[in-house]
Design a protein around this ligand. Structure first.
Ligand SMILES: Nc1ncnc2c1ncn2[C@@H]1O[C@H](COP(=O)(O)OP(=O)(O)O)[C@@H](O)[C@H]1O
Ligand SMILES: Nc1ccn([C@@H]2O[C@H](COP(=O)(O)OP(=O)(O)O)[C@@H](O)[C@H]2O)c(=O)n1
Length: 239
């Protein structure tokens, strides 16, 4: 497999609706690098919990389900797929049931240990085969890849984030009002930031980027600038 133009790990963290997934995917595609959506992995385990009829707050049983689940997360930016027990669950994990239950499931230490180990293996494989990977989530710069070559913490006004999410939900056929989405975004912000294990927060050496006034191409351009400033973009030879 030919190497892309990114050398190393770019860690993108931040709250919901700041543009992590879209920006990370576009950045990775531009640099012919890999892309890892860690939120999709927490969502898939949450789906497994719901399917098993387990309460998201029943820690012991949540851990059992997480251990038994067969999760596959691919890292192709043009076709990022999430498989649970062999089935593509990409659409279902974005639904409201999973969104409502994902924060308590993600707060369980054993669930995080399992997934962090899995994520590190995917990152190691990407570095060996493609040379670079853009990883997005809540704890990438702080826990999953603390030695990432570039860490960016995306922010945006809650109102702007809720508007983006509402538009996205409506476009994918899910009824949503800005008020309801704003309430969900604020609930998850509070839960994810205050949990004991790996709370959402910027790494000390992260660059903060406020995306409120930017459109998506603007965010990607700012990220590309940072990648180039750090000397992480290399010209592919014979790739
Ligand atoms: N800078 C931006 N301006 C406007 N819309 C954006 C911007 N960044 C992302 N979006 C849109 O907002 C929605 C949420 O973005 P997403 O990348 O899923 O955020 P996150 O992964 O941080 O939750 C998507 O529909 C995306 O296209
Ligand atoms: N690295 C990560 C990624 C997601 N998560 C959890 O998973 C949830 C869903 O993440 P996501 O990135 O898919 O959610 P959105 O921001 O796209 O709505 C978050 O609210 C966190 O509770 C986490 O704890 N750690």
């Amino acid at each position: 497999m030919g190497h892309g133009e990114l050398r190393g790990v770019v860690a993108l963290d931040g709250p919901s609706g700041t543009g992590k997934s879209s920006a990370a995917r576009r950045l990775a595609a531009t640099l012919r690098a890999r892309y890892l959506d860690t939120g999709a992995m927490y969502r898939a385990i949450t789906l497994a919990v719901l399917r098993a009829g387990v309460e998201p707050t029943d820690t012991e049983r949540v851990v059992e389900v997480a251990r038994a689940a067969k999760l596959t997360q691919t890292s192709d930016p043009d076709a990022s797929r999430t498989l649970l027990d062999g089935q593509d669950v990409g659409a279902e994990i974005r639904g409201p049931e999973v969104t409502l239950a994902v924060s308590p499931v993600s707060a369980v230490a054993e669930v995080r240990e399992l997934l962090v180990e899995h994520q590190r293996a995917i990152i190691a494989d990407a570095l060996a085969t493609a040379g670079g990977i853009v990883v997005e989530g809540r704890d990438i710069g702080t826990v999953v890849a603390p030695r990432a070559e570039l860490k960016v913490y995306l922010t945006a006004d809650a109102q702007a984030r809720a508007q983006r999410r509402t538009k996205q939900d409506t476009a994918s056929g899910r009824a949503a009002t800005v008020d309801a989405v704003l309430a969900d975004v604020q609930r998850r912000d509070a839960y994810d930031s205050s949990r004991r294990v790996s709370p959402l927060r910027p790494a000390e050496d992260a660059v903060e980027l406020d995306t409120t006034p930017l459109d998506l191409p603007g965010v990607v351009a700012a990220l590309l600038d940072l990648v180039e400033q750090r000397g992480l973009r290399v010209v592919a030879v014979g790739g």
